[in-house]
Design a binder for this molecule. Structure first.
Ligand code: P6P
Length: 337
């Protein structure tokens, strides 16, 4: 039987790369993996049990919460609270940070920001959804952890990852030493290393953007979309438009095949829709570690100042050469690849 590394074995083996690590980060990643398996079980049987549909309330984003949104949020918060390795959980579903002040956790050295179920409006129609997480080291000294411990730049992330609940369930994460993907083997209940050292193709033929908003896009974005649609065999155009309204699923496909995902700002929403802390920073960390690029059209996503918890940002993320070309249209400049 080939030796297949489970997530737990892999984390412990990689822990040796971090001399300072005493196992807390390993245990934190384990806690996230456990919650992901629990959420996966419910996502996979949604439709058979009363967990589809709206929960009848809205979240801080003003979005109608789905029952699975609430369930997933509760599972990840509970796993992180009982795991004892983090002192704050910042959830996209909650207005304020959650201080974990149990005797063990209040001196824990990690912060977790999480979007427990991204793309949840797709649940009822069986389109893949995802969880996105981001881990920072606590900056404040002893005593209760502070909001400033969460409002850290993306470059300060210790780890980031996502779980995609799709045709199979995968956990993809980075600790800053490359990106590795693990597929859940339901027969043994373990995430097993299936995509070691994931690398994003430097270019691709897929562009992901909600063209329903076309008339509101900045001119540079409109011109880039037209560029993608022009016939040019030398550059494999026209590209394919692939957008399923679930950022984790769109990003995961583009990470494997190559492509660009764009959620731009518009006149009515200059900062776009996607959240810097819960979606853009963790996914930018992963994509950069795989060799891709992530900007807001001007600046590197990971360098953006984080001013408030639910701050939004435009995002251009994916294959490096595709992002460079899209930026050139935004700046009306030429680009040498
Ligand atoms: P729109 C899901 O709500 C989400 O946050 C991302 O997963 C997805 O890419 C985007 O919003 C879809 O937004 O405005 O195109 O429906």
């Amino acid at each position: 039987m080939p030796k297949v590394a489970t997530l737990g074995q892999f984390i412990i083996e990689k822990q040796a790369d971090f001399p300072y690590a005493k196992g807390e980060l390993s245990r934190l990643l384990r806690d996230i993996g456990i919650a992901a398996k629990i959420v996966n079980r419910e996502v996979n049987k949604a439709g058979l049990v009363d967990i589809l549909g709206a929960a009848g309330q809205t979240n801080i984003q003003g979005e109608r919460q789905q029952k699975l949104d609430v369930y997933a949020n509760e599972q990840f918060i509970s796993a992180l609270q009982s795991g004892g390795e983090c002192c704050i959980v910042a959830s996209e579903e909650n207005e304020d940070i959650i201080l974990i002040d149990s005797e063990v956790s209040k001196s824990a050295k990690y912060i977790v920001a999480i979007d427990p179920l991204d793309g949840s409006s797709n649940i009822d129609v069986n389109v893949p959804v995802g969880t996105i997480f981001s881990i920072y080291r606590r900056k404040s000294a002893d005593g209760p952890a502070l909001i400033s411990d969460v409002l850290q730049k993306g470059t300060q992330q210790v780890a980031a990852g996502y779980i995609i609940y799709g045709s199979s369930t995968m956990l993809v994460y980075t600790t800053g030493c490359g990106v590795n993907g693990f597929t859940l083997d339901p027969s043994i209940g373990e995430f097993c290393l299936s995509h070691p050292e994931m690398k994003m193709p430097k270019t691709g033929t897929i562009y992901s953007i909600n063209e329903g908003n076309y008339i509101h896009f900045p001119d540079g974005v409109k011109q880039y979309i037209k560029y993608c649609q022009v016939e040019d065999k030398a550059t494999n155009r026209p590209y394919s438009s692939r957008y399923i309204g679930s950022m984790v699923a769109d990003l995961h496909r583009n990470l494997i095949k190559g492509g660009i995902f764009i959620y731009p700002g518009t006149a009515s929403a200059p900062k776009g829709k996607l959240r810097l802390v819960y979606e853009c920073n963790p996914l930018a960390f992963i994509i950069e570690q795989a060799g891709g690029k992530a900007t807001d059209g001007e600046s590197r996503i990971l360098d953006l100042e984080v001013i408030e918890l639910h701050q939004r940002t435009p995002i251009f993320i994916g294959s490096k050469e595709m992002v460079l070309i899209a930026e050139a249209f935004l700046h009306e400049t030429s680009v040498t690849l």
